[in-house]
Design a protein around this ligand. Structure first.
Ligand SMILES: *[C@@H]1O[C@H](CO)[C@@H](O)[C@H](O)[C@H]1NC(C)=O
Ligand SMILES: *[C@@H]1O[C@H](CO)[C@@H](O)[C@H](O)[C@H]1NC(C)=O
Length: 353
C-alpha cells in the first residue's frame, strides 16, 4: 500500500500539472479500498454509533430478577474459582459431542491459571430422547464444563440458551470481566483475545457488526422473524453470533431489557436489539471473523480472534498451527489477506449461528 502511495506522490511531483488530480484520486481510492477490505472503515463507523444510541440504562436487580428464564439443571460448581478474565460460553447442541471434545482438546483446554486466563463452558438445554439426556449428564460429570437449563434444546430456542448463559455468568461467575458468546464450530485464539481485552474498560459489546440486516419474513426460514416480533424493515446494528464479547456489566444491562417486549428467536439479532434498548452500542473489531471462515493458514489463526465453520479435524489442525505460530513471522497486511480471502456464508448478515 505505502510503496504505491509513495510512487503516486512522486509521479504527482513530476507531472504536477497534468496528472495531479488523477493521482490524488487514485491514491485516495486505494487507501479507501484498503481501509474497507481490512475492516478499519467499519471500526471507525462503529465508534460513532454511541452518538445515535440512548444513554446507558441503570442496572436494577429487580428488573434482572424479572426476566423469565428457565432454571438450571446442570451448573458446574466451582468452575469459576478463581474467576477467569474471560468466560467463554459455547452454544452447543446435544448431538455435537465430537465438536465439544475437539474444543476441549484444543483452544478450550486453556484455563484460568494460564496466560489466556479464560474458562470455556458449554451451553445446552434438554435433549429430546432419554438416551441423550443421560449421555449429557454423564458428560457433565466427566468434564464439569456443561451448563444446562430446563428448556427444549432446539434451534428456535437459541435466544433462551444465550440469555441463560448471561444469567449464569452474572450469578455464578461474577469475577469474570468479559464474556465471549460463541458456537461449537468456531475456533477462538483465546490468548490473543485475552491480550486485547485486558486493558479494555467500560460497557463493552463488540464483534463483527452487521449494519443493515433485514428480517427474514418467510416462516419456513430458520431465521424467521414475524411482524409481531419485530415490525421495522431493518434490525439495529448487532454483532454476529459466531463470536461477540460483552463486558460483565454490559451483560447485565442487556439481560435486564429482556423482561419487556416480545422475544426474537434469532439470538444475535435479539442481543443487538436489547443492547440498543440498554444504550450499549456495538463496536466492530476487524480481528473477529464473524460468519466468514478465514483461510486455513498459520498467520490467519495467529492474527484473527475467531474463525467460523471448522470441523473437529480442522479445529485440531488450527490448534497445531497456532502452537507453532509464536515464533512464526507473519507479513504486514496479514489481516487484509485473511479477511479478503475468507469464505463468507450464504446467510451472512442475518443470524449466522
Ligand atoms: C423442567 O421442566 C419440566 C416441564 O417443562 C418440568 O416438568 C420439570 O419439573 C422441570 N424440572 C426442574 C428440575 O425444574
Ligand atoms: C423452547 O423451549 C420451551 C420450553 O422447554 C418449549 O416449550 C418450546 O417448545 C421450545 N421451542 C421450540 C421451538 O422448540
Amino acid at each position: 500500500m505505502w510503496p504505491i502511495t509513495a510512487l503516486c506522490l512522486r509521479l504527482f511531483v513530476i507531472h504536477r500539472r497534468r496528472w495531479s488530480s488523477i493521482f490524488v484520486v487514485v491514491s485516495s481510492l486505494l487507501l479507501l479500498l484498503f481501509l474497507s477490505l481490512s475492516g478499519y472503515l467499519e471500526v471507525f463507523f462503529s465508534r460513532t454509533l454511541p452518538i445515535f444510541y440512548p444513554n446507558p440504562t441503570q442496572l436494577s436487580p429487580s428488573r434482572l430478577a424479572n426476566v423469565p428464564l428457565p432454571p438450571f439443571l446442570l451448573s458446574p460448581a466451582n468452575a469459576c474459582s478463581p474467576p477467569p478474565l474471560l468466560l467463554i460460553l459455547v452454544s452447543s447442541a446435544p448431538s455435537h459431542r465430537d465438536r465439544r471434545d475437539a474444543i476441549r482438546q484444543t483452544w478450550g483446554s486453556l484455563s484460568s491459571s494460564t496466560a489466556s486466563s479464560s474458562l470455556t463452558l458449554f451451553l445446552l438445554a434438554v435433549p429430546e430422547t432419554a438416551e441423550e439426556r443421560s449421555a449429557l449428564v454423564h458428560e457433565a460429570v466427566t468434564h464439569g464444563d456443561i451448563i444446562q437449563a430446563n428448556f427444549t434444546d432446539s434451534y428456535r430456542n437459541l435466544t433462551v440458551k444465550t440469555l441463560t448463559g448471561f444469567t449464569w455468568a452474572l450469578q455464578k461467575c461474577q469475577g469474570a470481566q468479559f464474556l465471549l458468546k460463541t458456537d461449537d464450530d468456531v475456533f477462538v485464539n483465546t490468548l490473543a483475545l485475552a491480550t486485547f481485552l485486558r486493558p479494555q474498560r467500560g460497557l463493552l459489546y463488540f464483534g463483527r457488526v452487521h449494519w443493515h440486516a433485514a428480517p427474514f419474513r418467510d416462516p419456513e426460514n430458520r431465521h424467521y422473524t414475524s411482524n409481531q416480533m419485530f415490525s421495522s424493515n431493518y434490525f439495529p446494528p448487532y454483532c454476529s453470533g459466531t463470536g461477540y464479547v460483552v463486558s460483565h456489566d454490559a451483560a447485565g444491562h442487556i439481560l435486564q431489557e429482556a423482561g419487556s417486549g416480545p422475544w426474537i428467536t434469532v439470538e444475535d439479532v435479539y442481543v443487538g436489539i436489547l443492547a440498543k434498548a440498554a444504550g450499549v452500542a456495538p463496536q466492530h473489531v476487524a480481528r473477529i471473523a464473524g460468519s466468514a471462515s478465514i483461510p486455513h493458514n498459520i498467520c490467519c489463526y495467529k492474527t484473527m480472534f475467531t474463525s467460523h465453520q471448522l470441523t473437529p479435524r480442522g479445529m485440531r489442525e488450527a490448534w497445531n498451527m497456532l502452537k507453532e505460530a509464536k515464533d512464526h513471522w507473519c507479513p504486514p497486511l496479514t489481516l487484509l489477506f485473511c479477511r479478503t480471502f475468507g469464505q463468507p456464508l450464504d446467510n451472512a448478515g442475518n443470524g449466522d449461528n
